[in-house]
Design a protein around this ligand. Structure first.
Ligand code: BMA
Length: 314
């Protein structure tokens, strides 16, 4: 285990980045970016946000044996906005996939864009062909949601991000007996005035279970004279009571630096929704939308992220 002085060295970008762009798509697309990720049938499966030429997003599956190269992109969307659901009338975005071993199913949380703003929607699947849709589980303004990959205290647990105003976009938690009805909401983390995450924060990919706690990668936004910058920070939540923050990194660990991260439809936005951990090698594969335009990959060691949040966190 090495100790890195500069947190920006924790993640290594894949030299072939971006891994997927609209040019690779089998049908017309404006951009392909924020993607959920999981292992499925011995492959890495990405559920990718595709923005069409009207400006509406849907979700399409791509798979690869090694999670790095040789992506096979499906010729049609896996999940379309539900015509009958007002909260999906302007598209569906930013999926997070958690595999619940006890339920033998994948739980997908995504943002439904309604005329009234973003809402949290949920669907489950065991095939990525057929989905059970639960509809809107949390009304606007709410997004950046993911369930934990296991029940805690007999209940499903959800991280979400209600935003009652531009100044209160914080990370919250909710519990449910059945994935449909959510309550017992509690505040987990707030923005930090003066810091890189002073404007808004929201969950990145689903939490990772470690012996020290739930490791979370969250995005933080700083508003500058030139616009917003989306970067990534780390936090460790209590295993039994994930509303309790054990540590939160003071510094950001991953942010826009390459040309394709710096410039695109939305400049300076690194936005990961999915990750896959190889437990044999300790390697974490992070799939992130870059500048709301394309999809890229960076890797890190889980043990090094933990070591960093222990040291830098407070
Ligand atoms: C967030 C979400 C993401 C997007 C990011 C940067 O609020 O809407 O879908 O990638 O902004 O534009």
């Amino acid at each position: 285990m090495s100790s890195r002085e500069d947190p920006r060295e924790l993640f290594q970008r894949f030299e072939g980045n971006p891994i997927l762009t609209a040019k690779d798509w089998p049908y017309p697309a404006n951009t392909v970016f924020n993607a959920g990720a999981t292992r499925f049938n011995n492959q890495t499966l990405l559920l990718i946000r595709v923005e069409d030429l009207r400006g509406s997003s849907h979700l399409t599956v791509a798979t690869s044996r090694d999670g790095v190269t040789g992506w096979e992109i499906k010729g049609h969307p896996a999940l379309h906005p539900d015509d009958g659901l007002s909260s999906e009338s302007w598209g569906i975005e930013d999926p997070r996939i958690a595999y619940l071993e006890t339920d033998e199913k994948y739980v997908i949380c995504y943002t439904g864009y309604s005329r009234g703003g973003p809402a949290v929607c949920l669907a489950t699947t065991d095939s990525f062909r057929d989905f059970k849709r639960y509809g809107t589980i949390l009304p606007p303004f709410n997004k950046d949601a993911s369930v934990f990959p296991k029940k805690i205290g007999g209940q499903y647990v959800l991280i979400h991000r209600p935003a009652f105003s531009e100044e209160s976009a914080y990370i919250w938690l909710a519990k449910s007996p059945d994935l449909q009805h959510w309550g017992q909401h509690g505040l987990v983390m707030e923005t930090r005035p003066g810091f890189w995450d002073s404007q808004k924060i929201g969950m990145g990919p689903p939490p990772i279970e470690t012996s020290e706690g739930w490791l979370i990668l969250y995005h933080g936004v700083r508003l500058t004279a030139a616009g917003s910058i989306y970067r990534l920070g780390l936090a460790l939540l209590d295993l039994e009571d994930p509303a309790k923050v054990i540590r939160r990194s003071q510094q950001w660990v991953f942010g826009p630096s390459t040309d394709f991260e710096r410039a695109g439809d939305v400049d300076n936005a690194n936005f990961p929704c999915g990750l896959v951990v190889d437990e044999q090698t300790d390697e974490l594969y992070l799939y992130y939308g870059a500048a709301d335009t394309c999809l890229a990959l960076a890797t890190a060691k889980v043990s090094e992220l933990l070591e960093f949040v222990r040291k830098d966190g407070c």
